[in-house]
Design a protein around this ligand. Sequence first.
Ligand code: TYM
Length: 353
Amino acid sequence: PKVIFSGIQPTGIPHLGNYLGALRQWVKLQNEAAPNTTLLFSVVDLHAITIKQDASELARWRKEMLASLHAIGLEREKSIVFYQSTVAQHAELMWILSCNASMGYLSRMTQWKSKLALPSNTSPFDPSPNSKAALKLGLFSYPVLQAADILLYATTHVPVGEDQAQHLEFARQLAIGFNHTYAPDSESPLLLPPATILSPAKRVMSLTKPTNKMSKSDPDPKSRILITDSKDDIGRKFKSALTDSVAGVSYDREQRPGVSNLVDIMYHMDESVAESPDALARDMKDLSMRALKEKVADTVDEGLRDVRGRYEEVMGRSGGDEFLAEIAKDGSSKAREIAQRTMGNIRRALGME
Ligand code: TYM
């Protein structure tokens, strides 16, 4: 039987990169799943605190993320949706894995290395998130917690965007190493190395800097479309998207990153419009930049309409909060049951039971 697990950080409403690169795939997997498939989707709040968070803001973002997962179409009857921190086994397994995780491997992770260029801090208590003082142990061991998330449920498949591929490979290697150490002769592995599922839209780019991926940490809100943006917001953001001065539309991610990103977004938003991004660009080859942007904006607005409607409905109605709390509570108890089983096996293998 298949077990599908994925996670998303509660750092604001998801953007189009999250949606096309991961979330939409989650819903598709849910809706096409065989009856014996288990699906788990976690709001990974423990990962979020690897950088400093304001408590009331984090509380709001957790809830908004849960509402977003409801809005994209995850259903309680089919998917286990829960807050990571409510299943204590994530942190427990993380410690055990930490004792088997290589510092050298972790220090080669792109996400960690990208932070090492930060300027030195003046004191170890420097509050600036942009100095070396912001480099905490939790940030370094972030991939170990991510591995624990996945391995806790004997996950077979992890649907993510391309930026997570390196973390997934780390989780696989950690599982293989752990099995070798603690169950070398066993027929069935203690921890199951998972496979990665990349959706076709593996890397959606920023609207304002199309050579960077669309990201929630970009300070410019016009660089990304949120899944709850209004028709007007969507129109305005695409209108200010960076393109180039070449006439007409063509698809070339190297030479024309801005235009190609718009074509990609339109294609992935509604794959019925053409056979491929290339074909779509050919269909639109005579359009002006302005007309292209309007067409993309319309397609995105159309594609997000139901999501936006369901989000507003659950956040606006009375009883919406209780409804969301119930989803999380139910998800948490189902997740815990599976997690407890895995931890029992691991404890026995370590001689702790
Ligand atoms: P996070 O919260 O940054 O992103 C959630 C998902 O969105 C994908 N994504 C993108 N895909 C395409 N184009 C983009 N521009 C883009 N930006 C984000 C990410 O690849 C991801 O799938 N470490 C993870 C969360 C996590 C997790 C896990 C994932 C924690 N534990 C276990 C899988 C399994 C993260 O920070 O994702």
